[in-house]
Design a protein around this ligand. Sequence first.
Ligand code: C2E
Ligand code: CA
Ligand code: CA
Length: 576
Amino acid sequence: MPEQSRERQKFIRFVLVADDEEVNRELLRVILEDKYELLFAADGEEALSMIRSFKDILSLVILDIMMPKKNGVEVLQEMQEDAELKRIPAIMLTSDKGAEVECLKIGAADFLTKPYDLPEVIHARVDHSIRLFENTNLIRATERDPLTGLYNREFFFEYCSQYRHRNPNQQMDALVLNINQFHVIDELYGRAFGDSVLCAVSNRLRHIVMVAGGLASRYDADSFYVFLPHREEYDSILDLILIGLGEILTDSEMRLRMGVYPDLDRNASLEEGFGRALQACNKRNGSPLGRGCAIYDRKMHEKRVYQARLMEDIDKAIAEGQFRIYYQPKFNIKGEKPVLASAEALVRWEHPEFGMVSPGDFIPVFEENGFIQRLDRHVWRETARQIHAWKELYGAAVPISVNVSRMDIYAPDFEDYLESLLREFDLTTEDMLLEITESAYTESSEHILRIAQALRQEGFRLEMDDFGSGYSSLNMLTVMPVDALKMDKGFLNSITTDEKAVRMVQLIIEIAQFLEIPTIAEGVESEEEYRLLKDAGCDIIQGYYFSRPLPAEEFERYVRKWLAASSEQGVSPCGP
Ligand code: C2E
Ligand code: CA
Ligand code: CA
């Protein structure tokens, strides 16, 4: 939690002081250490080698003119000859007024005279030189994030590849760090405090690359990318940053997660390397509290390759009809005998190389990269075509529900597309139902609410899928138009062994009854589950107990049975 007394963390600037006399270094330290992070060199050679190592982070160098090994003027001259060092401003320390002109000519930014000026004067000159240099050096300004002073994402990869070029024999690691639930910090304590958390992490990172070498960047809002010389362990890195964070947050321990892709192949792309580190970092997301460090391993690699392969093939897969739609019947169990009510369309991928790929493998990937919209529309279209074919053949068809992803709803032509499908295949909103996952309702509910209302107006029936798995508030249920609650499969896992699970199921059914809509249970596998649900008052059931999802040819027998039964009795008493 924020500690009010503590001064907010700010972007720290590094200043190198090169003077051979310890008393002079000490004096400048006392004057400047409050505001700057100071580095010291005791002679000209040491100064130059430090300037070279820390050129990426130095904001200023202060050079004594009279120094052993190399004097201040020689150091300044060498800096001027190196394009990368030239941009760092230098203030010369001198007791000899005559030297000023010479230094000015070769590019000094300012002077301080010995014996020293008043502390205020020193401060003013140092501040002024740094400000001038930061303002005039536009390139430098655009390559850094103004809040933290770290490289921004645009320049980071470019400098990494330059770094690689300059250090051809250095093995490098890619690190990605992320602050857990940063938006919560922002919301709870305000933006200014959020900024100080980002600065606390950045300042530590700048220290780390200063000591170990490498480069650090703020990649986006709360994620940091670090290109670091290879090491065997990473906990110490994490610990260092946590100590910094601990100064302002009491729960810093669980605030940071890190992913590492070690020992980047020299020829592999940086983007790929950091992508893997990011994957490792995100994996931590799922572990308890998401804390700690994860290192990219073989299994992650295989998964990534597999997912990349799946993504590569989607266009071809659609064109070649590799996606097949299966239909799983849903039965109404209110009466004495179960009666077919409708079915759910579930996609399957018959991959030429991997065989049957489960939607659990590719749907999350497609949701992430946006392919889901293309796939879903393909599935809706194929389903509409199938319903149309059955209607042509038998004069009527079983209602089929299709899955709608969160992303589908955001497409501006979402409703138009659905309506055009109905028109194209001569269907009504009774023929095609929509299953919308609960998590879609929780985000930006106003937009969803508007769409849901519009769909309802058109006559569509909406089933809330995976109910109970997300975090939707019960309150939302009273405003959102929903025609059925489909309870999450998870509730069934322990329904036969755990009293509490049974109570939960009963509660969901009570909620649905209160809203005067039916409850659907999916994933019902056994007679016992079926009985429990029936006794609890569940209306509709879907699951292996009655039938697995079936290809259209096999599901067709249900269509025929359903029609035969409904023509006999005017209703549709078709059992499993
Ligand atoms: P979901 O919408 O919750 O679909 C129900 C899942 O439960 C299906 O898995 C179904 O095959 C499975 N299931 C049905 N009965 C049983 C049972 O008795 N026991 C068990 N253990 N499972 C049962 P499936 O087909 O693997 O689909 C997984 C998820 O992938 C679906 O969950 C849905 O979220 C998504 N999905 C499937 N097809 C599509 C689609 O066309 N579009 C979108 N956006 N998502 C889809
Ligand atoms: Ca579903
Ligand atoms: Ca579901």
